[in-house]
Design a protein around this ligand. Structure first.
Ligand code: HEM
Length: 501
């Protein structure tokens, strides 16, 4: 009423929500941001004498938090190494290294008490105790002993034909689509292929995502779980994780995570009692189970963890390799020539020939170098030890950024270029051991040979079957990918045509 009288027109003044809300925002948000900053000040031991950016060291790791949240952590860590050298801090008590020696010091340190660099609490935020999340070396060794023998190169050979059948199903779906259009985005199809193949080899049952035309909601959960685990880790103690948890649980998607877990465990428990018509990995593991200290629910939990770890990683690697080959016409021509000299037709592709093809394996390794599916390497707690000549105090965190290691100019000529020849030319001076996309040591990828075989067979069959052209918008695959533990892969849009044999 007072306002109305003050205005000549006698109307009420307009309500400007932005002007009105600014003081409110200031009153509510500024103290909250201050509390977050104070709460996220480092509480544990700090690393001294290792450089890092001002924002990270004196503003509660603000630079790192920003880049994590916006999916740019891999590039950010690389830029820290470019600015501050081979060991750089990204928070007062956390450091990253980009050297081979650093990698070996951290991940190859063994499992002995007091000498091992154990997994950090970050992994506990991902799921229950299993092969991937456990930090206890004794428990971890028990699980590796049970599953490891079924994933050696020799053991994996028995699954080559199953992987090829999965690849044929992928081609069946692509060919059906080609009857309607020549332009196809392969991201989702390759994701479904990865899910179906991993579940088929591991559990003896394909999840049928390709047939269904889309993945199940629970197969796609992992990247989100990793994202929130990262946020939790970055903002630990500030109240942000609790707020997010409450929002997720009560406001947005009640119980999604537990439904995902139930769906996954139901599948595994069904397969544990179902008859199997071939010797898949589950059959082999359950034959050994009576010699293991793990009970059946724990074995089931580990099947779940191993299966999930295989979905995004292999899809990331397959998409990137196809992109790099197709955007490098000479590499494409060389690869196709090698494949056509080795196989008479796509149906002729076989595991034992594909594993010996130098150029095929060179394009795979070069893609894994440029675009490691796990770009940061896992965070570890220092036992109090030297990493590449620098003392990292006990209780502080250290990791090797695989993306930065793979782009380290000390090891690679033209580190940003896709040059498969660096793996085939005897005169190449590049340091080959510096490419370790599966990590090294006791916590390296248990399914390394599975992943390699799947890539060899899927890619050999694909390039034999199709003449392809990349027609998507992406000019720089790495820059245009977001990274949250794995990559969020850009659009792999291709124009495809079946080859005639
Ligand atoms: C190109 C594909 C793949 C790459 C580059 C890759 C890379 C890695 C890396 C870097 C780690 C260590 C992660 C850490 O310490 O935080 C890891 C661990 C692991 N990976 Fe893979 N992976 C791939 C495919 C797969 C597949 C297909 C599976 C399963 C079918 C799998 C299962 C696992 C498991 C269970 C672990 C934990 C091993 C342990 O701690 O003993 N990975 N992988």
């Amino acid at each position: 009423m007072v306002f109305a009288m003050a205005l000549p027109s006698g109307q009420m003044p307009e309500f400007h929500p932005t002007i009105m809300s600014l003081p409110v925002m200031a009153i509510v948000l500024v103290p909250w941001i201050l509390i977050i900053l104070i709460k996220t000040l480092p509480k544990g031991p700090t690393i001294k004498g290792v450089p890092g950016s001002f924002f990270d060291l004196f503003c509660c790791g603000a630079g790192t938090k920003y880049h994590f949240v916006f999916g740019k952590s891999a590039h950010y860590f690389h830029s820290l190494h470019q600015s501050y050298g081979n060991i750089a801090r990204f928070a007062p008590g956390q450091a990253t290294t980009n050297t081979l020696k650093g990698l070996r010091n951290i991940y190859g340190a063994g499992t002995g008490k007091g000498s091992a660099f154990l997994k950090t609490s970050f992994y506990k935020g991902i799921s229950r105790r299993n092969i991937f999340t456990a930090s206890d070396p004794v428990y971890h060794a028990t699980v590796r002993k049970l599953f490891g023998p079924s994933m050696t190169p020799g053991a994996m050979q028995a699954h080559g034909n199953v992987i090829l059948e999965c690849t044929q199903r992928l081609h069946g779906v692509i060919n059906a689509t080609l009857e309607k259009t020549r332009t196809i985005s392969l991201n989702r199809l390759l994701y479904c292929h990865s899910v179906d193949t991993v579940s088929e080899v591991l559990l003896g049952k394909s999840l049928g995502c390709l047939k269904r035309g889309k993945p199940y909601f629970w197969t796609e959960q992992l990247s989100r779980i990793f994202f929130w685990a990262t946020i939790r880790e970055q903002f630990a103690g500030s109240g942000v994780p609790t707020l997010i948890k409450l929002m997720l649980r009560y406001l947005i998607r009640k119980g999604v995570r537990s439904r995902a877990e139930q769906a996954r465990m139901r599948l595994i428990n069904e397969q544990l009692i179902a008859p199997h018509n071939r010797r898949d990995i589950m059959v082999e593991v359950m034959e050994r189970a009576n010699t293991s200290e793990l009970d059946v629910p724990e074995i089931a939990e580990n099947f779940s963890a191993i299966m999930l770890a295989g979905f995004h990683t292999t899809q990331n690697a397959l998409c990137a390799t196809i992109y790099f080959v197709l955007t490098h016409p000479e590499a494409n021509a060389r690869l196709v020539a090698e494949l056509q000299a080795a196989f008479a037709s796509p149906d002729d592709v076989s595991g034992h020939v594909a594993e010996g093809l130098p150029y095929l394996n060179a394009v795979i390794t070069e893609s894994l170098r440029l675009y490691p599916p796990v770009p940061l390497g896992g965070p570890r707690v220092s036992p109090g030890a030297y990493v590449d000549g620098t003392y990292i105090p006990a209780g502080t965190e250290i990791c090797t950024s695989l993306f930065a290691l793979h782009h380290n100019p000390e090891y690679f000529n033209e580190p940003y270029e896709f040059i498969p020849e660096r793996w085939t030319e005897p005169g190449s001076t590049d340091k080959k051991e510096a490419v370790q996309p599966f990590l090294v040591g006791s916590r390296s990828c248990v399914a390394k040979y599975f992943a390699k075989q799947m890539m060899q067979l899927t890619l050999a069959s694909f390039f034999m079957e199709y003449e392809a052209e990349y027609v998507g918008p992406v000019k720089d695959w790495q820059r245009e990918s977001r990274c949250y533990a794995f990559w969020e892969v850009p659009d792999l849009k291709l124009k495809l045509q079946r080859r005639q044999y």
